[in-house]
Design a protein around this ligand. Sequence first.
Ligand code: ZN
Length: 411
Amino acid sequence: MKKSAKPVVVILVVIAVLAAAFLLVWQFDVFGLFKDYKTVPEITLKGKTDIVLEGGTPFEEPGYTAKIGDLDATDKVEVDYKTVDTTKVGTYELNYTLSNLKGRHTVTQTRTIKVVDTTAPVITLKGDATVKIQIGSEYKDAGATAADKVDGDLTKTIKVDNRVNVNEKGKYTVTYTVKDAAGNEAKVTRNVIVSKQTAGSVVYLTFDDGPSFNTIKILDLLKKYDCHATFFIVGQNIPGNEDILKRMVKEGHTLAVHTYTHDYAAIYTSPEAFWADNKKTRDLIKKVTGVEAKCMRFPGGASNTISANYCSGIMSTLTSQCKDHGYEYYDWNISSGDANADGLPAAQLYDNIMAGIHENYESPIVLMHDTGAKGTTVTAVAKVLQVGLSEGYSFEAIDETVDPIHHAVNN
Ligand code: ZN
C-alpha cells in the first residue's frame, strides 16, 4: 500500500500545484491570457442622462465613449434608437449596450428621454387673411388647416367663431382655435370687411384744413345730393365752429384729425411734438362731438419732404406709430389741385377730380381743401357731385372699412 500510494500522492500534488498556479494566473492574469474574458467594458455617456425633448423634434445623440480595458470600443456599442418615438409624448429608455470580446460581460447604460409637447399647433388660413365683401352678399369662409408636431393633422378639430354680419357694414373677425392633446392652443383670425364699396364706384371726397364758412357750403351740397365726405380737421379752426362739427356728425360725415396748428416747423420737430399736437385736435373733436376720430392725415401727406428740415426720418417713425395711436392714416390718389393756389378756376379743379375718378382706382380718395380761401373748390364740388352721381358713382365717407391710400414715405 505504501509503495503504490506514492505515485498517487505525487499526481495529486501535481494537480494541486497546477490548480493553484492556474488560479493564481487566472486571478491576477499575470500573463494577460484571460484579458478578453475578464475585462469589464465601460460605457461613458456624454451629456445629460435625463433628456427632455419637445415632441416632433428628432433626438440628437449627445455622444458616448466606450472602452474595454485600454481598447477604444465606442464603435461596438449597440444603441436601439427605435425605442424612442419622438412623435409621441412619453418617457423612453434608451439603452447603450456593450459586451466584452468573448461575451462574458455585458454592460448597459441608460438614458431617459422624456418627450413632451409644449408647442401649440399651427393654423394656416385658406384664402386671404383679409377678405372684403360687399354688403348683402354671401360670405363663404374658406376655412383653415391645423397641424401639430405631435398630434399631426388637427384640421377637423378647429373651432370657428364666425361673427360676420353680411347685412351690416363693418370690420368683422373670424377666429379659428385649435388645441392639441397636450392642451396647447393656437388661435388665428381673419378680417372680413363688409363694405358698400365696389371697385371704383364709390368716391371718397376729403377736405383738409377746415372748418370754415366754406365747409358749411360743402355740407349743404352734400346734403342736397345725399352724399357723404370726410373732413380732416385743423384743431385751431374749431373754436367758434363747433356747430359745423356737430352737423358733420349728425349728417353722417367722418371727422378725422389733420393737425392742431398745421405748423410744420412745430409738429415735425419730434414724434412727441407731433402726437401732442395731434391729440389736442382729437381731444377737442371728442369734446365737441363725442366722437373719437379713428382716421387721420399727415399735414403734407405721408410723402412730404418738408419734415426733413426739422427731423430726419420722422415720417417713417410717425407712419409706423399710427396703429399704436388707434389710427389709420389716409393719403390720397386724386388731387384736385386746389392746394397749388387760391382761387384756381373751378373748371380746372373739376377736370382734375373727374379725370382721377375716371381712372378707376379701387379707393378713389380725392384731396380738397375747405378753408375760407377755397371758394372755387365749393363750385367744383357742386359739379363733381352732380355729374358723378349721373355717371353712377356714389360719394361716401371714409371709415375703417375703406382701404387706406398710403404714399411712399420720403423722410
Ligand atoms: Zn393740410
